[in-house]
Design a protein around this ligand. Structure first.
Ligand code: ZN
Length: 335
């Protein structure tokens, strides 16, 4: 794992202090710009036994091999259980409380670190704990972590990653040194995406609001097909809210809301500023829709979607929610 080119300055800042790094580091910055890649490169750089430069892993030593295969004995990653066992999520009979738990980093996960933290490193080097996203720790988990942050064992590094550091308890933030990671420039992002073999680098980047890792993630046939069908439905002359809801009844709701958010953002932009940001390939359809739309109503609906985005992770009647969204959209565009 290497540092992304636009994060070299942040890397250099740390590399100059290699050997006297803070024991707890909070990496913060916008979603999709590569914070996890940075955290991973840093963790590997700390564990590597023959680093090519300070904190820059060789990728070839035994420690790097263990790290790359996810088996380094002196490395732990904490993330929500949902991310570890995504398959369980399909079980719609799960109780609300169980679902919630899986999206948290639980106190049990943090407590399970105790043994790891308190024994000496297997390979006589550093030990690294990566926590991402750090704001997924619930209150009890954060409290359990505090003790380790207050009395850090020697050579043990905590790396916390967060898009939303303000959601972390102040007690956690104050015990970490914060390092802000910057997004790439538009050129850097496009170059990186093209190099990593993206099918539609520019459109993917537009969809992701300029965040390259997010763009790489969504650049696949299933995404583009689903999006096209959905946006075609929204912009068709005979827009039928319930028919479109029916067609997408089993589609992941967060993604539908994302598409609606970007679509309504562009619609409102066209109404007020004559430009669009996320869906340049639908310029014609958007311009047509914007002609008849009431910009203020669209804006109001767009803001409502932001609120929806916060609750969609809770179990509810998906079908009803999608129908509701489609009907609201219909009312918004018709003013
Ligand atoms: Zn190595």
């Amino acid at each position: 794992m290497n540092y992304l080119s636009w994060h070299k300055p942040a890397y250099q800042q740390l590399a100059q202090r290699a050997g006297r790094l803070p024991h707890a580091l909070l990496l913060k910055g916008a979603a999709g710009i590569g914070k996890r890649a940075f955290a991973s490169a840093l963790a590997q750089g700390l564990l590597c036994e023959k680093p090519v430069l300070p904190l820059m892993a060789c990728g070839a030593c035994e420690a790097c091999h263990w790290f790359d295969t996810g088996n380094h004995p002196d490395f732990r990653m904490l993330q929500p259980e949902a991310a570890e066992a995504a398959a369980d999520d399909a079980d719609v009979t799960d109780k609300a409380a169980d679902k919630k738990k899986k999206r948290d980093i639980s106190v049990a996960q943090v407590r399970a670190l105790a043994a790891f933290i308190n024994i000496s490193a297997h390979r006589n080097g550093a030990k690294v704990v990566l926590i991402q996203p750090a704001e997924a720790m619930n209150v009890n988990a954060a409290n359990a972590l505090l003790k380790s942050l207050e009395e850090p064992p020697p050579e043990t590094y905590f790396v916390l990653v967060s898009d939303r550091p303000h959601m972390l308890p102040a007690t956690i933030r104050s015990r970490c040194e914060q390092l802000a990671l910057n997004p790439p420039t538009a050129q850097e992002a496009a170059a990186w995406l093209a190099e990593s073999g993206a099918a539609q680098p520019e459109l993917a980047l537009a969809q992701a609001g300029g965040a390259p890792l997010l763009a790489a993630e969504l650049d696949n046939d299933a995404y583009w097909d689903g999006r096209k069908q959905f946006l075609d439905g929204l912009s068709s002359r005979g827009f039928d809210p319930l028919a479109l809801a029916e067609k997408f009844a089993t589609h992941p709701i967060p993604q539908l809301i994302n598409w609606l958010q970007r679509w309504t953002y562009d619609l409102a932009s066209l109404c007020f500023q004559q430009r669009l940001r996320y869906n340049p390939d639908f310029k014609e359809a958007l311009t047509m829709s914007a002609k008849n739309a009431n910009g203020l109503e669209i804006l109001r609906f767009h803001r409502e979607l932001v609120r929806f985005q916060r609750i969609v992770n809770h179990p509810l009647n998906a079908r009803l929610l999608i129908e509701d969204l489609m009907l609201r959209y219909g009312r918004a565009v018709r003013g």
